[in-house]
Design a protein around this ligand. Structure first.
Ligand code: ATP
Ligand code: MG
Length: 225
């Protein structure tokens, strides 16, 4: 069973008068088969938590565990390979490549990760559900915020990762789209046995969530499990 955990995680930025404690003694768990939501206002530490969970930055103290094994402190090629194969990120900034069309963003995934990506039929179905099939020839500069967001989600799904970590994936979407994206993420968690973690301040996603945490000033509490 795929499982992601944080144990007593603290994250401190800066020192002296610039010191910010972004995360305080955070304990957290996300499991395959579940859509886990972390709700919190701006500045509460959501992006910090998500990037620590996926190994993009390190905790100041505490442990990050993947399937029970320590993941914090892992650096270098083995850690990069693991991330590439097993973790899909949807970052707050979308991070699409400006000079590649939407279709080419996905082809780029094939170049960096040669095996295990979604078969065309399954991916077409995701593109349809995300409503971006007609955007394949467009460049990121020609997309709206909501369209870019859905392309970033599709790119993460395409690599077929075990863990999907999404930062505010619905911030730019209207309510109908939010519900569709919520259902899609829940379906992927349940039917494909993946652990999907979404950090957001979007309360509209609560309906679809299996497990809900609240994050306030870097402190986490479990609201629903
Ligand atoms: N690299 C950094 N250096 C210094 N402080 C940082 C850094 N990253 C985050 N912080 C601080 O940590 C706190 C949490 O930031 P974080 O980006 O995790 O919040 P967030 O919940 O994702 O906010 P938002 O909803 O606005 O994206 C904030 O006070 C922020 O200023
Ligand atoms: Mg953030």
């Amino acid at each position: 069973m795929q499982r992601l955990e944080l144990k007593n995680v603290n994250k401190v930025f800066g020192s002296g008068t610039n010191r910010v404690q972004a995360l305080s003694q955070v304990n957290f768990e996300a499991k395959a088969g579940e859509l886990t939501l972390i709700l919190g206002p701006s500045g509460s530490g959501k992006s910090t938590l998500l990037t620590i969970l996926g190994g993009l930055q390190q905790p100041t103290s505490g442990e990050v565990l993947i399937n029970g094994n320590r993941f914090d402190g892992k650096r270098g090629k083995a850690a990069d390979d693991f991330r590439l194969k097993h973790i899909g990120f949807v970052l707050q900034s979308y991070s699409l490549v400006p000079y590649l069309t939407v279709a080419e963003q996905f082809q780029l995934v094939d170049k960096v990760k040669k095996a295990g990506n979604l078969p065309p039929k399954q991916f077409d179905n995701d593109l349809n559900r995300l409503g971006i099939t007609s955007l394949l020839d467009k460049y990121p500069g020609e997309l709206s915020g909501g369209q870019s967001q859905r392309v970033a989600i599709a790119r993460a799904l395409y690599a077929n990762p075990d863990f999907i970590l999404a930062d505010e994936p619905t911030a730019a979407l209207d309510s109908a789209r939010v519900q569709e994206v919520g259902r899609l993420l829940k379906d992927i968690a349940e039917k494909e046995e993946k652990a999907v973690v979404v950090v957001t301040h979007d309360l509209r996603l609560k309906e679809e969530a299996d497990r809900i945490y609240q994050l306030v000033d870097g402190k986490i509490s479990l609201e629903k499990s």
